[in-house]
Design a protein around this ligand. Structure first.
Ligand code: SAH
Length: 353
């Protein structure tokens, strides 16, 4: 085994390795990397001693230099609607959160890509934490592996990068994690069922189209630059016309559509006139629209629109070529809905799992 050391401990964490990196560790044994990949990401073993198709003395040698180290499960809250928020403590003590969302016949996992976020969107609770650091690929992948191992009777089928952080600002690790999650020897989730959600980091979009065929969601949230810049500072750097141009150039496989997310905020972007302008802005784009009524959090200055305004907005959009879906607010009572994750900032009373 050639030597690499990881920053967090003196041993290499195999969870942080891609298939190619594992292969490179064993240059004279071409199958060894694949064997380890299947044990770590497919079968989910947590000890090198359990890799029984590797000779024992080899296992002992590998264990001297490498380990399988998961973030610590640090809390679990269950919402009235069945949604669960999980907290994990990372090696450096930081806390991140994931959300498990029950659907009709399967579960979705909403994963974080960063500790905090630097984007400063004014409606988002995570933004109030500021940015601390990027997650490693292992810290992202373990948010999928942990629920699969802990709840074997649940069908985890969808993974969405809609938790804490801006995935495209942790590009390398997000792509690495997405490749592992969808690897046939790993947890085997379908690429069609993995969606990366971004606030619109335009330069990264061209790379993304080239590097993965996962789904793409974009948080548009307003149909004009004035309103969007007010809500999302990133719009000053990459305004709507530039973003839409990049999205039109973005090619999803099998004629899949880009999901356009639109958080409805009372009195800010929720009028029928906004809906009309949204249709105009999306003209020529293969997209579907996902409406998300604003989820409040402690100290926020915004409110969700009333039901009548939400219905009127939705109605106006139905009169367009775009499929529109109103996202159900799941896990709102435990601050697990969109934009409510902040690593236990308000809820210090979580029970250990
Ligand atoms: N940074 C990425 C992913 C995290 S945010 C992105 O911007 O897409 C995931 C989604 O939650 C985004 O569509 C965002 O607009 C939405 N969101 C953020 N705060 C929200 C809130 N308080 N209520 C409803 N949706 C919110």
């Amino acid at each position: 085994m050639s030597t690499i050391t990881s920053h967090a401990s003196s041993k290499l964490n195999l969870l942080d390795c891609s298939r190619a990196e594992l292969d490179r560790l064993f240059p004279d044994r071409p199958y060894r990397g694949s064997q380890i990949f299947s044990w770590v990401f497919g079968k989910g073993v947590r000890a090198i001693s359990q890799m029984t198709n590797i000779p024992k003395e080899q296992r002992l040698r590998i264990a001297q230099e490498a380990e399988i180290s998961y973030p610590k499960a640090a809390g679990r809250q269950v919402s009235e609607d069945g949604t669960e928020k999980l907290a994990y403590q990372l090696m450096d003590g930081r806390i991140i959160e994931s959300v498990l969302i029950p659907e009709k016949d399967h579960w979705s996992v909403c994963v974080s890509s960063q500790v905090g976020c630097a984007m400063g969107c004014r409606f988002c609770f995570t933004a109030t934490m500021g940015f601390t650091r990027n997650l490693t690929s292992g810290e992202i992948v373990s948010q999928v592996l942990y629920p699969i191992q802990t709840y074997p009777d649940r069908q985890f089928r969808n993974v969405v990068f809609m938790g804490m952080g801006e995935p495209l600002l942790n590009y390398e690790m997000v792509i690495k994690a997405a490749n592992i999650i969808t690897d046939p020897d790993g947890p085997q989730l379908s690429k069609r069922r993995l969606t990366i959600s971004t606030c619109g980091i335009v330069p990264a979009l061209a790379d993304l189209a080239r590097d993965t065929d996962c789904g793409l969601a974009v948080s548009l949230n307003a149909p004009d630059d004035d309103t969007r810049s007010e809500l999302m500072p990133i719009n000053r750097k990459h305004p709507i016309p530039e973003l839409i141009r990049a999205l039109k150039a973005y090619e999803l496989p099998n004629r899949r559509r880009i999901t356009v997310e639109y958080v409805l905020v009372r009195g800010v972007n929720d009028s029928v006139e906004h809906a009309r302008r949204l249709i105009k802005v999306l003209h020529g784009l293969r997209a579907k629209v996902n409406l998300i009524p604003f989820n409040p959090w402690p100290g926020c200055g915004f409110e969700a629109p009333d039901l009548k305004s939400i219905a009127a907005f939705e109605e106006r959009l139905k009169d367009s070529p775009y499929t529109v879906m109103l996202r159900k607010e799941k896990g709102k009572d435990i601050l697990a809905a969109c934009g409510q994750l902040a690593g236990g900032k308000v809820n210090g009373s979580r029970e250990p799992h």
